[in-house]
Design a protein around this ligand. Structure first.
Ligand code: S3P
Length: 173
């Protein structure tokens, strides 16, 4: 069965977009896509290396390019990068076949998960600036999302998955 929809998962770095999208694809017939991985394939190097060698602007252009390709497809569960949908108003590229699910996690949860990672923005921004970015972005995720999964500290991955699957089913009706 081919689903009519694509679901795009958005949220701040570390909110668990890729983990959730992968699990959803295992439980459904949606095909998993991760925009960060697609960009790494395109440049044939890692995201930190893309930022270092080509600059953030080229990375951002690639995000838009990938998104334009994905919206032409169907049956996808897409884990987006933290800014993929919100920079350059990219969410406007999505059509009626696309739904956005926002994972609304706290800054503390996200920060704990990313602080020791090699994400390029962590090199550039200190915790206070990151928090500021988080607050700014949360406002936009909230505006653009069709559905939201609120993650408080007690929400297990299993519960998050269950909520996501319910959301998806409801949208397919
Ligand atoms: C970014 C988030 C990252 C990745 C890149 C930039 C951002 O993805 O796209 O490092 O600007 O928020 P994750 O949200 O999957 O960490």
């Amino acid at each position: 069965m081919i689903n009519f929809f694509n679901f795009f998962i958005c949220g701040f770095m570390g909110c668990g977009k890729s983990t959730l999208a992968k699990l959803i694809s295992q439980k459904t017939n949606f095909n998993f896509v991760d925009t960060d991985l697609e960009i790494e394939k395109l440049f044939k190097c890692s995201i930190p290396a893309i930022f270092a060698k080509f600059g953030e602007l080229q990375f951002r252009k690639a995000e838009t390019q990938i998104l334009k390709k994905l919206v032409k497809q169907k049956n996808l569960i897409v884990a987006t990068g933290g800014a993929t949908l919100i920079l350059n108003n990219n969410f406007k590229l999505l059509n009626n076949h696309c739904k956005i699910i926002f994972i609304d996690s706290s800054f503390e949860v996200c920060f704990n998960r990313i602080e020791n990672s090699n994400r390029p923005l962590l090199k550039k921004l200190g915790p206070l600036e990151l928090h500021h970015l988080f607050l700014e972005r949360q406002k936009i995720y909230r505006k653009i999302a069709h559905e939201t999964i609120v993650e408080n500290t007690s929400l297990s991955t299993k519960t998050k998955l269950k909520t996501a699957l319910t959301i998806i089913k409801q949208n397919l009706l």
